[in-house]
Ligand binder design. Structure first.
Ligand code: S3P
Length: 433
């Protein structure tokens, strides 16, 4: 992926597209697959920088993984107790999901390990996992609750009994994965329900895990029996093209085989309320996840106010929703989004700066943003090395009156390596410089 993108408008489109495999599910399939017993084949996994880092780390922990040419891989897994002390520090790159989920596993091992990441990851908060893991007996050293994180042998391994107050699937999954290594019953309660891919995958593997409303109950120290997994396509990647079709007059798109997990699709409910014509077709279930083809047609959008629990179900889609709001008629106010300040960049700040640069009237507080819909003019926008910010501004370029240059776009490869090719499929004039 190149350093900068220039978007010089687009033609209307009517196409079928396929976006890459789901990032959240790929990380989980790799980690849970590595802890299972037997041969675990994962097909349609996401070959992005974040997931490639997960594969390298697992290999450094002694897991045998064979990569095949057809976008599948095979893990020859040797069970819960099979991980080995790594010979070097583990590199999580840009990925919060990787570092937080894997910390659950590393913190319960008998060996010492260190995990770190790039400058952005080294500035992200880890107290949210360090505190509950420490209650389970983990011994973790950090630099003021930020990476690098160093794990030593736990003093003991106690069951997890935690109520998670922030809406975070990463924290929840970290604690579920840690609980796998502890004999007895762990209980994890979520105040706000978040994406449940970890729970679904363990259930798919016939693991003893029960979900009762907001409570997750599981028994640790049990075998996980390997099964083949087919990863569905990523809703978060699809979201850019859903909004593209809504914004570009006369356009239509069909996005195939997308994971429509109920805790991921808040964006659809909101866009429909804004007037968006969106339909799920061919709804089905595979490997315990719901999948659909998403059909979208150009629509005139109107402003919206959002706050509260729905935010966690569109947390990664907020940057592209801000673009939709910038093109809708009226003033949108989106509140309760403070978590956006702790993502790959401070996404409230990155989006506010970029939108203002493009001529949109925006105002933010610590935990909200208000956007007045208007005309997107051209300009130069900094993505702050944030993949979702970069891709959101690329989509704004399809309806801009003048070209838009987006700076620092390399990290698009962390989640959507063929993003530029997919832009070209929807008739966008794009230059990589
Ligand atoms: C993810 C959870 C979310 C999301 C991230 C992926 C996951 O993070 O923003 O991109 O796969 O569990 P939080 O748990 O910090 O909300």
């Amino acid at each position: 992926m190149t350093s900068n993108l220039i978007i010089n408008g687009s033609e209307k489109f009517n196409v079928e597209i396929i976006v890459p495999g789901d990032k959240s599910i790929t990380h989980r399939a790799l980690m849970i697959g590595a802890l299972s017993n037997g041969i675990c084949k994962i097909s349609n996994y996401l070959q992005s920088d974040d997931c490639i880092n997960t594969i390298s780390i697992l290999k450094n922990l002694g897991v045998s993984i064979d990569i095949h040419e057809d976008n599948s891989l095979t893990i020859n897994a040797k069970g819960l107790k099979s991980l080995k002390k790594p010979k070097k520090d583990l590199e999580a790159g840009n990925s919060g999901t990787l570092i937080r989920l894997l910390s659950g596993i590393l913190s319960m091992q008998d060996f010492t390990s260190i995990i770190t990441g790039d400058t952005s990851l080294q500035s992200r908060p880890m107290a949210r996992i360090i505190e509950p893991l420490t209650k389970m007996g983990a011994v973790i050293q950090s630099r003021e609750n930020k990476p690098p994180l160093e794990f030593s042998k736990p003093v003991e391994r106690s069951c997890c009994n935690e109520e998670i107050l922030i809406a975070s699937a990463q924290v929840k999954s970290c604690l579920i994965l840690a609980s796998l290594f502890v004999e007895g019953e762990s209980n994890i309660i979520e105040k706000i329900k978040t994406r449940d891919h970890t729970e679904r995958l363990l259930q798919y593997f016939n693991y003893d895990i029960k979900i009762d409303d907001n409570r997750i109950k599981l028994y640790g120290n049990k075998d996980i029996f390997a099964k083949d997994i087919e990863v569905p396509n990523d809703f978060s990647s699809a979201s850019f093209f859903i909004v593209a079709a809504l914004l570009k007059k006369g356009s239509q798109v069909l996005i195939k085989n997308v994971c429509v997990n109920e805790y991921r699709i808040g964006l659809i409910n909101i866009l429909k309320k804004m007037g968006g014509q969106i339909e799920f077709k061919n709804l089905r279930t595979n490997c315990n996840e719901n999948i659909a083809d998403i059909s979208v047609s150009y629509s005139k959008l109107k402003a919206i106010n959002i706050s509260g629990e729905i935010i966690s179900s569109l947390i990664d889609e907020l940057p592209i929703l801000f673009i939709a709001c910038a093109c809708a008629s009226g003033k949108s106010v989106i509140s309760d989004i403070e978590e956006l300040r702790y993502k790959e960049s401070d996404r409230i700040l990155s989006m506010e700066k970029g939108l203002r640069e493009l001529g949109i009237d925006v105002l933010s507080t610590e935990s909200s943003i208000s956007i007045i819909g208007g005309q997107i003019n051209g300009g130069i926008v900094d993505s702050f090395d944030d993949h979702r910010v970069a891709m959101s501004f690329a989509i704004s370029g399809i309806i801009s009156s003048k070209p838009i240059t987006i700076l620092k776009t390399k990290n698009i490869a962390t989640s959507f390596p063929n993003f530029v090719d997919t832009l070209r499929k929807i008739n966008v004039e794009v230059y990589e410089i």
